[in-house]
Write a protein that binds this ligand. Sequence first.
Ligand code: G3H
Ligand code: ZN
Length: 283
Amino acid sequence: MPLVSTGELVTRARSQGRAVAAFNVITLEHAEAIAAGAERAGEPAVLQISENAVRFHGGELTALAAATGAVARASSVPLALHLDHVVSRDLLHAAYTEGFSSVMFDASKLPYGDNVKATAEAVRWGHGRGIWVEAELGRIGGKDGEPPLDAHAPGVRTDPAEAAAYVADTGVDALAVAVGSTHAMTERTASVDHALIAGLRAALPVPLVLHGSSGVPDDGLRAAVAAGMTKINIGTALNTAYTGAVRAFLEAHPATVDPRAYLVPAREAMAGTVAHFLAVVRG
Ligand code: G3H
Ligand code: ZN
């Protein structure tokens, strides 16, 4: 099946009051597992590569992007490619040359005015090339191995009035908002503010994106979608499944040297996790 665009998947989901899940790709096995899980669930999905993952591959996006694109094109369900948490302008520009339909430009660590300026520039650049641009306002913690931010501290969450001005001033296509989730949680104990999601949904003309969704329990995710979240980003849950399967296999088979022996169950564990999240997000 040909690749579809993230904008197309998200726009359709929003018009139906539904959501689309986006999963992080670090290795080829992640991409294969996401495609397998999506096929199993019979749902579309977004495969996203973050600036962090590019750094892991020595700063080279081309090989992982090409492999992920090939996996997506071979799938029987619609899949889209997205570049995630992009800070570097060079990587932003690579979204176009490497065939991504969308990018999340992350200027959230900058003061408000600088975030608006940098994001508006990224949006102008992206829209000139047909690229859908997501941005972030508020502070969703736990990125880049940084210490987790207290998602419940005052001033951390996205304010609906400020977000409405931000969307108008930047022209972004979707907004990642801070509503109580944080990145890299390995326990699903995050408490998301569903009333704030509903307020943001009412205040903003663009789809909302939930980051750090691995830490949100199934019921919390369902309620987040019902309240107005349209793109649900999931990364750590795949790594928890992957590493758990590798650890269990090697404990049971300590003499193993062929990585395929433990990557098969690792990939299968990730595919099961993907299918599970897709079923939850579908409602
Ligand atoms: O952008 C990616 C996501 O926000 C993933 O967050 O690894 O905590 O699920 P997570
Ligand atoms: Zn994120």
